[in-house]
Write a protein that binds this ligand. Structure first.
Ligand SMILES: [Zn+2]
Length: 104
C-alpha cells in the first residue's frame, strides 16, 4: 500500500515548489514519485503534428519525489506523516500521526 495515493492533497516541503499545495493526479510507485496538479510545471515545446494541430508551448506537471511532499490529513487538515492502522479484521488503513484519524 502506498502512503500517497492519487486524489490526496499534499504540501510540498522541499525544493523550488516549497509551500505549494495540490492534488495528486498520479503516483509512480516504482520511482517513488508523484505528479501534483499545478505544481512543478515545466514548459514543453510541442511540434506540429499533422495539419490539424499546431505546435506550441504547454505547461506540464513534472513528477516530484515523494520525500518532498507531505500528505494533508483529510481529518485535521494539517500536513502530517502517515502511519498505518490495522483494525480487528486485519484491514490496513492509513493513519494521521497528528490527530490519529484513520482514512483510506
Ligand atoms: Zn489528522
Amino acid at each position: 500500500m502506498a502512503k500517497v495515493k492519487s486524489g490526496d492533497t499534499v504540501l510540498i516541503t522541499n525544493g523550488r515548489e516549497k509551500g505549494k499545495q495540490g492534488k495528486v493526479s498520479r503516483v509512480i510507485p516504482k520511482e517513488q514519485r508523484i505528479v501534483v496538479e499545478g505544481v512543478n510545471l515545466v514548459r514543453r515545446h510541442t511540434k506540429p503534428r499533422g495539419q490539424a494541430r499546431r505546435g506550441g508551448i504547454i505547461d506540464k506537471e513534472a513528477p516530484l519525489h515523494i520525500s518532498n511532499a507531505m500528505v494533508i490529513c483529510p481529518n485535521c487538515g494539517r500536513p502530517t506523516r502517515i502511519g498505518y492502522f490495522i483494525d480487528d479484521q486485519g484491514r490496513k488503513s492509513r493513519q494521521c500521526k497528528k490527530c490519529e484519524g484513520v482514512f483510506d
